[in-house]
Design a protein around this ligand. Structure first.
Ligand code: COA
Length: 321
């Protein structure tokens, strides 16, 4: 039994924040941001608009595309690092909004790899026969945790959500998923506040993302190269067997390095980072949905999804779409 992608959906908040506007906040330039990251603009959630609000719109679109009703869904997983609340989980809030009944619903926090982790988990449930129709979401409002005075991070991130409905099918389907983590890199990317450690916002400047970007960059490029090799080897495939690379959208230079590793032309790579920035767990499903809805990715093609994020976490999924 395989988990097949029956439909995808995504949602972006309306407000666009351009590089030109960031020039008025910090000592940066449109040119620097474009050259170093490939980002031109990103979306920012409206005041009061939460991760669950974004997730709901993406999920509704995915369910409509898949032609499934709320009652059909028997598993809901949300990848997010920016839940509405500490608890209930965003998945529980979303389950209620969508009227899904009492299916299992939980969040996964794997930072930018959250959607790949969620997809991998749902795939195991479907392969094991314990779920037949899973809704998998990646949704974030990461701009809520940015220090708008820190030019090394505030120019990078955006908000959004993406979703996919997976159905059990004898035809492939997700061919394999691969997830990894190494907590030894926690100092390079993360926050130093939390529930148990204490927020103490006044002492630590609030919940802020801190990052040693240059070091993250190097580890990301190496690690993504390795996960591509691992995924191809697990499926006894060659680089030329992949039709599309749908990567995490953190930085165009990281995306290009992975494409080079796969000997793929940029024509075969889905890029949204220019318009979305890094939307963390939402970035891969946003790119996947755009690729499918634009008609670029077609049924029968092979897709390689990959992501890398805080933790560090990383993962990949090979999909016969
Ligand atoms: N505008 C202008 N200058 C900036 C800047 C900005 N927004 N941010 C940093 N700089 C400056 C730095 O202060 C530094 O100046 P200095 O040389 O005077 O010290 C210079 O630019 C180079 O900084 P560096 O960090 O070496 O640049 P970089 O080429 O590595 O690019 C990133 C920075 C953040 C774009 C890049 O490292 C990156 O994308 N890293 C990965 C981040 C990532 O993907 N994180 C999420 C993983 S999921």
């Amino acid at each position: 039994m395989y988990a097949r992608i029956a439909g995808t959906g995504s949602y972006l908040p309306e407000r666009i924040l351009t590089n030109a506007e960031l020039e008025t906040l910090v000592d940066t330039s449109d040119q620097w941001i474009r050259d170093r990251t490939g980002i031109a603009e990103r979306r920012i959630a409206a005041e009061g608009q939460t991760t669950c609000d974004l997730a709901e719109q993406a999920a509704l679109r995915a369910m409509e595309a898949a032609g499934v009703k709320p009652a059909d869904i028997d598993l809901l997983i949300v990848g997010t690092t920016t839940p509405d609340l500490v608890f209930p989980s965003t998945a529980c809030l979303l389950q209620h909004r969508l009227g899904l009944g009492d299916c299992g619903a939980f969040d996964i926090n794997a930072a930018c790899s959250g959607f790949i982790y969620a997809l991998s988990t749902a795939d195991q449930f479907i392969r094991a026969g314990t779920a037949r129709t899973a809704l998998v979401v990646g949704a974030e409002t990461l701009t809520r945790m940015l220090d708008w005075g820190d030019r090394s991070t505030c120019v990078l991130f955006g908000d959004g959500a993406g979703a996919a409905v997976l159905v059990a099918d004898e035809q492939p389907g997700i061919l394999s998923t691969h997830i990894h983590a190494n907590g030894g890199y926690a100092d390079l990317l993360g926050t130093d506040v939390g529930v148990s450690k204490g927020f103490k916002a006044e002492e630590r400047g609030g919940v802020r993302v801190s990052m040693r970007g240059n070091e993250v960059f190097k580890v990301a490029v190496n690690t993504l190269g390795r996960i591509v090799d691992e995924t191809l080897a697990a499926n006894q495939m060659q680089k030329s067997d992949i039709d599309w690379l749908i990567p995490h959208q953190a930085n165009l230079r990281i995306i290009k390095a992975t494409a080079r590793k796969l000997q793929m032309s940029m024509e075969q790579v889905i890029v949204t980072v220019d318009r979305h920035g890094n939307t963390s767990a939402a970035s891969v499903p946003l790119a996947l949905d755009e690729a499918i809805r634009s008609g670029r990715v077609k049924r029968g093609e092979r897709l390689l999804l990959e992501a890398f994020g805080g933790g560090f976490t990383w993962g990949a999924a090979l999909i016969a779409y």
